[in-house]
Design a protein around this ligand. Sequence first.
Ligand code: MF3
Ligand code: CO
Length: 256
Amino acid sequence: MHVRLKSPKEIAKLRKANLVVSDVLDICQELARPGVTTWDMEVAARQYLEKVGARSAFFNYQPAMDMSPYPAVLCTSVNSKVVHGIPSRDEVLVEGDILSIDFGAFVEGYCGDAARTFPIGKVSETAALLIDATRDSLDKAIEKMVSGNRLSDVGHAVQSHVEGFGFDVIRDFVGHGIGRQMHEPPQVPNFGSPGRGLLLQTGLVLAIEPMVTEGSHKVEILDDGWTVVTRDGKLACHFEHSVAITEDGPLVLSRR
Ligand code: MF3
Ligand code: CO
């Protein structure tokens, strides 16, 4: 499979899908306080999809034959959960938690995908720093989305920023191209030396998603077959934006 560049018309459709995604993340952000369950957020996200007539990109997603279909529209990953946490009625948020919400949707055949991490009430200094560093690393990566740069410049920007704080980047999961499908080539690692790989050009659309850990980047998968957790039990953080390269530079499709 090769990388397919998108026309301005396609980018407009990707923008539409990503605005639905941004709205759902806003709704979740509003709900993100102690006493709320991750299932409450799942319900709110489903209601919004219904209201605007969009389709979940995650529900029933099955990347491989030997995996169970993903059972929800949101990924809700609390504390040491890195990504792909499954919303649950039993998972009550408490003060000091950090919660990553990942959401994807199809509108008119085009996919939007984005994620944010929220503090629940007052969080530790380390947790707050992890959130800020991860969010800022995504902004640094987005700045590299300029025609003439190389793909590895994106991941290098993430890695060099967060390692400056003593944090680590996940190796086992990566960002991706996005379009008519949620996952398209190329893969977008959050690490590596700069100046390598695909030449970036106008029309390229990537979902860039730094996954950053307080301790080691080593992860394992829980028995539910989906939830990715840190091996050392320390915190993890995740932000994601879908970003297009335009004539005028990077356009963040999933930011209002
Ligand atoms: N946004 C994630 C990704 O880019 C989540 C997809 S996993 C799913 O890979 F199963 F929840 F769909
Ligand atoms: Co993604």
